[in-house]
Design a protein around this ligand. Structure first.
Ligand SMILES: Nc1ncnc2c1ncn2[C@@H]1O[C@H](COP(=O)(O)OP(=O)(O)OP(=O)(O)O)[C@@H](O)[C@H]1O
Ligand SMILES: [Zn+2]
Length: 884
């Protein structure tokens, strides 16, 4: 353990052992008894208990607001004996002034209680005698009614006791030695760093009669008088914001009058001086100029922002920084030894790190812990401060890093249920990872079952992920979701899944490869692979351009296969007729469950996992927005069933109703079923896998904006050469017999155009959102900046891919128009200069009749798309696109 930086403090802590338990009553305060009475009642009323971990000053502040100081105090003060009256005011001899002066008494925190106790025991000069035995102190302690907490017991009494404030100590000690004492001092800085204690020590040092240094000595008459509360030289004004102008004037006048011919210093300590009213400040300002040489004002506050500049500029300002962890640890260890407590080093470290540089907070935590027994372990501290044990932490990290989604989520849920704060957990995780990275984590203590050690190399990325997530966590209302998301993202990319250098490489930001569609395709690839290829080249499933955007196949398989298979089994269970059940079991396969969009997922958490490979956090904020808008993106799942022949597929069509019901009962929501035939085996080889055209629109709908600047929620306008399109059409024509494949092939074509062409042939001219196209198609009069021609051109591109935007119902249609319709369309296109022409053009998709099987297929496709699109209305889309 590192050693406290204050060598003074170290020496003295050892040397002052006696002092602590008090031969000469070091620590016996120099406040007046009435102040202590007041302090006591404050404490009682404020309910401050020993088990309270809050810093005293915070409590003090709270209490001061609630409690009118004067009435309470003046009654007690009149009852107090003369000796207990504030000595500064005694001089005035006026009862009125005494009463008024009562305003200024503070309850002086630790000091107050301690002094109160001592005075109750009729403390006498005996206190100063060096021969006081420990036993005597102990027996006196037993008689005490009020327990003295650690901050009171171990409050600093000399400059040497002050921990970690060396500069201040040095400057103040020198001021005394060199007799260069100023009039106004300002002690400011974070709570619990020793400001008030230092002010008191300084006050005593000013009057210490010892000829030797350091002062205060604690032994001279003056020191003893201060310690026993018999001195009248030091006045402490607590955090009372309602002191009136007259009272403060009177107090100040008294101080000045009584110190005119005094050889001793009169010290006024204004604790929490930022609570003083402006009136008081002007009163102080008035007396400052005429204050005698031996009057010293010490202003104590956390920050001097609220103080009048005119005062600040006249002060010697001393900043009290937060204490270093090492100093806190040292002091705690010292106290533990004194208190016979056995405390783990790690526990000390944790207490220190949780105290945020406040020794008072650290001591209070220790006080609480000491009530739980003599042995203080790390686990005990963790429990007390609402953290999880290292063991649980490493377990969780291990699961997250091993991509065990289900158990990660379960584990996290358990932890959250135990009341741990997501932010605290996040920071604990970060600490563990940092320790692992720094090589300072002791794996041995966690046992040999840990895999985390082996994942050492992957923790760096994890730390980065966590730090990114932390930013989100701080501003999010749904911290648990973010934390879950972050944890699921920790799973490292398996080295075996490193991107292959392939011309099929497909960055997620690439147009047409929008994340979820790509993912969906990947999933299909995997499923297909599992069943003997399924016509998909599985190698390309895992190809991505950058590591962060990669998908771990292990992760995918872990998440989806399991979940999808589970769903499938449950659905089969729900099918009431055994023969159908068997048929489905043998011939069918559930390949995906999509929620609104083409995102294959079974729960929100899985959805998050799906997207973790790209712009994950963007997507999360998107989700948050959706939740905020109460949109139903996940409301209507679409399930895809795959059959390996047309025959089995059409047979399954007959059982559609049963299957649908089974799905609906398992997924507990209306479901759209797509029954598909396994795609041809040659399709897709050598190309990135994309969805059939039917999936194109919804893919465009919901994928969030990419951080790379390309908005993947947009329709991409393709500026293809006529030759390429011709090729595409030809291919469609040749595939006419197999409509489904034609759609697939056509999409392949598009994907080729979008993804495979090299950059010189870049086909992306501009991008436009779906909402935008529809807006255009509607011929919105208020719209400006986008020509009808362009809308037509985009609609045309869509047409080439069998897609139609249907503006009225705001649906996207997918169909393959007969030649007649196509001719009609081209005529309409020529007339698009007329405002409504495009609208008609786009709407004409509806004029398809459903008689021919081919048209029926398209209508079915249309229905599928409609179902998907219904999940997000265009208005919402527009809203969302505005929000992004
Ligand atoms: N620098 C320090 N050295 C030794 N003890 C300290 C120090 N700072 C705080 N303490 C412990 O905390 C208790 C409270 O300290 P003190 O009231 O002086 O802090 P403060 O900075 O004035 O806090 P606040 O601003 O909340 O009043 C002390 O009694 C002591 O036990
Ligand atoms: Zn002294």
């Amino acid at each position: 353990m590192s050693v406290a930086s204050n060598s003074f403090a170290q020496n003295v802590r050892e040397h002052d052992d006696q002092n602590v338990h008090g031969v000469n009553g070091c620590g016996i305060p120099w406040n007046w008894s009435r102040i202590h009475d007041r302090g006591k009642s404050f404490l009682d009323l404020a309910g401050r208990s020993l088990s309270c971990g809050l810093s005293e000053s915070r409590l003090r502040k709270g209490a001061s607001n609630d409690m009118p100081v004067m009435s309470e105090h003046s009654s007690s003060s009149t009852k107090s004996d003369g000796e207990a009256l504030p000595l500064l005011l005694d001089g005035s001899g006026s009862q009125g002034s005494v009463d008024r002066a009562a305003w200024f008494h503070d309850y002086s925190g630790e000091l107050g209680i301690y002094a109160d106790n001592l005075l109750k025991q009729e403390t006498d000069s005996d206190l100063a005698s060096e021969g006081r035995s420990r036993e005597k102190v102990k027996s006196r302690k037993h008689r005490n009614e009020r327990h003295q907490n650690l901050t009171q017991k171990y409050m600093p009494r000399t400059f040497r006791d002050l921990v970690g404030q060396n500069l201040v100590v040095q400057a103040l000690s020198n001021a005394i030695v060199k007799r260069k004492v100023g009039l106004l001092y300002l002690f400011y800085g974070p709570h619990g760093t020793g400001k008030t204690s230092c002010a008191r020590i300084f006050a005593r040092a000013l009057n210490c009669q010892s000829l030797e240094h350091p002062k205060p000595c604690g032994f001279c008459n003056s020191c003893i008088a201060e310690n026993t509360g018999k001195s009248r030289n030091v006045r402490e004004i607590g955090p009372v914001s309602n002191i009136d102008f007259e009272s403060i004037i009177e107090l100040l006048d008294n101080v000045i009058a009584s110190s005119q011919h005094q050889s001793q210093y009169r010290v006024l300590i204004f604790d929490e001086c930022d609570t003083l009213s402006s009136e008081c400040w002007s009163a102080i300002l008035k007396v400052i100029d005429r204050a005698p040489r031996r009057v010293v004002f010490v202003l104590v506050c956390a920050s001097f922002d609220a103080l009048p500049h005119i005062i600040i500029s006249r002060c010697q300002k001393f900043f009290f920084p937060k204490l270093k962890d090492a100093d806190i640890i040292y002091t705690l260890q010292w106290i533990a030894t004194k208190e016979d407590l056995e405390i783990d080093k790690d526990a000390l470290k944790l207490i220190a790190s949780r105290s945020d540089g406040s020794l008072r907070d650290a001591e209070m935590t220790m006080e609480q812990l000491s009530l739980l027994g003599k042995r203080i372990s790390l686990g005990l501290v963790q429990e007390l401060v609402g953290l999880i044990s290292d063991e649980k932490l490493v377990d969780l990290l291990d699961l997250a890093l091993s991509a065990d989604t289900v158990n990660t989520v379960k584990n996290l849920r358990d932890i959250m249920e135990s009341g741990v704060e997501p932010l605290a957990l996040m920071s604990q995780l970060a600490t563990v990872i940092t320790d692992i990275l720094a090589g300072s984590y002791d794996f041995k203590k966690e046992g040999s079952r840990r895999n985390i050690q082996r994942r050492h190399g992957k923790t760096r990325q994890a730390l980065k992920t966590l730090s990114e997530a932390e930013k989100q966590l701080r501003v999010s209302n749904d911290r648990i979701t973010w934390l879950t998301a972050a944890l699921l993202q920790l799973a490292p990319i398996n080295s075996t899944e490193k991107p292959r250098k392939s011309n099929a490489e497909m960055p997620t930001s690439q147009p047409g490869s929008s994340g979820n569609a790509y993912y969906n395709a990947k999933l299909k690839g995997m499923n297909g692979n599992e069943h003997g290829g399924g016509g998909v080249n599985s190698q390309q499933v895992y190809i991505s351009s950058n590591e962060r955007n990669q998908i771990s196949s292990v992760q995918l398989q872990g998440v989806f296969r399991k979940e999808i298979e589970e769903i499938w089994l449950q659905v089969l269970e729900k099918i009431p007729i055994n023969s159908i059940k068997e048929f489905m079991y043998h011939e069918g396969k559930l390949i995906s469950v999509s929620y609104g969009a083409d995102i294959v997922c079974c729960s929100l958490v899985d959805l998050l996992t799906v997207l973790c490979f790209s712009e994950f956090f963007v997507f999360l904020s998107f989700l948050e927005k959706l939740a905020y808008l109460k949109t139903g993106v996940f409301a209507a799942p679409t399930v895809q069933l795959l059959f390996n022949s047309q025959l089995t597929k059409s047979k399954a069509e007959k059982f559609r109703l049963h299957i649908l019901q089974a799905f609906e009962s398992v997924l507990r929501s209306p479901v759209t079923i797509e029954i598909r035939c396994e795609p041809r085996k040659d399709v897709g080889v050598g190309h990135p896998i994309l969805l059939p055209a039917a999936h194109y629109p919804s893919r465009l709908d919901v994928v969030p904006t990419s951080s790379s600047g390309i908005n993947r929620r947009e329709i991409v306008e393709i500026e293809a050469s006529p030759r390429e399109y011709k090729g595409a059409r030809r291919m469609d024509d040749s595939d006419r017999g197999n409509v489904e494949n034609a759609v697939t092939t056509s999409t392949q074509k598009i994907s080729t155009l979008l993804g495979e062409r090299n950059q010189s042939l870049s086909l992306v001219k501009s991008k436009v959102s779906l909402a935008h196209v529809i807006q255009q198609a509607e011929g919105s009069s208020q719209h400006s900046g986008w020509s009808k021609r362009k809308a037509v051109s985009i609609a045309e591109k869509l047409e080439q891919e069998n897609l139609r935007l249907e503006p009225r119902s705001r649906r996207l249609l997918c169909w393959n128009p007969p030649k007649v319709t196509r001719r009609k369309l081209s005529r309409l296109k020529i007339r698009t200069r007329k405002p409504q022409a495009l609208l008609k053009f786009v709407s004409c998709g509806r004029c398809l009749s459903g008689r021919s099987p081919r048209k029926r297929f398209f209508i079915r496709q249309v229905l599928v798309i409609e179902n998907k699109l219904e999940a997000i209305s265009i208005e919402r889309l527009q809203l969302l696109s505005l929000n992004f």
